[in-house]
Design a protein around this ligand. Structure first.
Ligand code: CDP
Length: 510
């Protein structure tokens, strides 16, 4: 990506600009802001290279356009920018609601080859405006990315962008996002406003008695009415449903109080305290992506990872993710393009031109590349002999790591590979490392291959395993290593069922 355009320079847009300009120096940032003062301030604060008063001019040449204005204004701003949009550009946003917006923007962009992928970085503050912007705003924040059938194949560009700013990306369906956002953000916001409005009496009389409890419970009510009106308007059905649940809860409280049932009051308070604990207890409130929902299984070739990971996923009702298949898929694509897998620049080019999409089939995440399922070809000799060259290229690793991280929105995951516990999900509590004696591994893999290949031998398989083990564990980026805190299981003398049981036992204990 060479050029990014920011439409709107408030807290969110300004912070994207600052983070980008402090990151990659060669990236061009063009920005649109309505007001002259804002444009001048953005240049002075180093948030953009060039500023414009016309959105269509600002987006010219941009590969990615990020719209950073209140939700309801996004469609009209994209419409104004449309004549300047580069062919094949991707447009995203930072708005708090996603389904209504995606429908509106789809209509605005109809007839062009520009695609919209919604984003919701879950950060911000009651402060608004450019002055409050900071380069670290997105660092460690959870960012939800919502694509649909039309935009799924380019969603990785948006995922990659936010991960580059340090965000933890979760991919999710827009409607599901909006329901969750109503319950966890929009309704609590309105409830906080209601609590403030419910204070009766003169401000001067109350002011000295305002303690930290009131401040904590009503903090969000200080937010921008303009932004929040938009949020409520664009998610009205879900918000209304949520507010009715609040009314029910309040009604229940009124009921027990009217009955003088103070044991009932205590029961309600206990239920609330327990649920709050379950919802909010995590070390860092910014990392709410629930890393414990991922089981990471690493290890060298033929250590039993695939069979074990499938077994664990089935027992936990989780999705099975074979990261090695993705490196193999990339290698398959490279070989198909007639490119030498050791020619890193050529491999990168094939990677950049490829379009991946993901779906779940029989409890596993499956992918297609440019609409094609590589099938069993990824297990063949040509891929097997060259995959480790492709997998050691840092850009290939980033590409695949981002895609795997994005799968968290699909549900619980069991992911197997080489760097899952060390790099992809280092925060997960469940990390396992499977190993086995090389001769035993070669014997197992040869037994698998005999079914489909003629002329295979334990010796040839052993040579390939050793070669790959060597490249995988000595490469500079994400070498095969035991992750800190991982449970190491030597599978040489165990059946795979026994290994699955050991892993499930550990998970149940924790
Ligand atoms: O099934 P097997 O263990 O032989 O390999 P795989 O899991 O299909 O992975 C194939 C190759 O992809 C490995 O030899 C690594 O070079 C690479 N790989 C990786 O670098 N990182 C991963 N997370 C998974 C695989």
């Amino acid at each position: 990506m060479e050029c990014v355009a920011l439409l709107g320079l408030g807290l969110m847009g300004g912070s994207v600009g600052l983070a980008l300009k402090q990151g990659k120096a060669s990236l061009k940032v063009r920005a649109y802001a309505r007001r002259e003062e804002t444009r001048a301030a953005a240049l002075r604060l180093g948030m953009a290279d060039e500023v414009f008063d016309d959105p269509a001019e600002a987006v010219q040449g941009a590969d990615l356009v990020i719209v950073c204005v209140p939700v309801c204004k996004i469609p009209e701003l994209i419409a104004a920018a449309k004549p300047g949009l580069k062919s094949g550009a991707v447009v995203t946003d930072v708005g708090s609601t996603k389904a209504w917006l995606a429908n509106e923007v789809r209509e605005v962009l109809a007839g062009s080859d520009v695609v919209f992928v919604g984003s919701h970085p879950m950060c911000g503050s009651e402060k608004t405006g450019l002055e409050a912007a900071c380069a670290g705003l997105y660092n460690k924040a959870v960012c939800i990315v919502c694509s649909d059938a039309e935009s799924r194949s380019v969603a990785w560009k948006v995922t990659h962008f936010w991960s580059g700013l340090g965000a933890r990306v979760v991919e999710m369906d827009a409607v599901k996002h909006d329901e969750i956002a109503a319950a966890t953000s929009h309704v609590p916001h309105l409830t906080a406003t209601a609590a403030v409005l419910a204070t009766r009496g003169e401000v001067a009389d109350l002011r000295d008695l305002i303690g930290p409890g009131f401040r904590d419970t009503t903090r969000v009510a200080a937010g921008s009415p303009e932004i929040w009106r938009d949020i409520v308007q664009s998610n009205a059905d879900a918000v209304l449903k949520g507010l009715k649940s609040v009314l029910d809860a309040v009604q229940e409280m009124v009921g027990v109080l009217e009955a003088g049932d103070f044991a009932g009051v205590e029961r309600l308070l206990a239920r609330g305290a327990e649920r709050r604990k379950a919802l909010c207890d995590c070390a860092d409130p910014k990392t709410v992506e629930a890393p414990a929902r991922v089981v990471a299984i690493d290890g060298p070739s033929a250590s039993g990872k695939s069979t074990v990971a499938r077994g664990v996923a089935k027992a936990l009702g989780a999705l099975y993710v074979d990261s090695g298949a993705m490196y193999r898929g990339m290698t398959w694509k490279v070989l198909r393009a007639g490119v030498d897998p050791e020619n890193e620049e050529a491999v990168r080019e094939v990677m950049r031109d490829s379009t991946w999409s993901f779906e779940t089939v029989d409890g596993a995440v499956r992918f297609t590349i440019d609409g094609e399922d590589p099938g069993e070809e990824i297990r063949g000799e040509a891929v097997r002999d060259t995959v480790s060259y492709v997998a050691r290229i840092p850009e290939v690793r980033t590409f695949i790591v981002d895609r795997i991280r994005g799968m968290r929105g699909m549900g619980k995951l069991v992911v197997e590979g080489r760097d899952i516990g060390t790099v992809v999900f280092p925060d997960t509590a469940w990390k396992f490392y499977l190993d086995a004696d090389p001769d035993e591994r070669a014997r197992r893999r040869n037994a698998e291959l005999i079914a489909t290949e003629s002329g295979t031998s334990v010796e040839a398989v052993l040579a390939n395993l050793k070669m790959r083990d060597h490249i995988d564990s000595t490469r500079k980026t994400a070498p095969l290593q035991v992750a800190p805190g991982a449970v190491v299981v030597d599978t040489t003398h165990l059946t795979l069922e026994q290994v699955v049981e050991q892993i499930l036992g550990r998970i149940r204990e924790s």
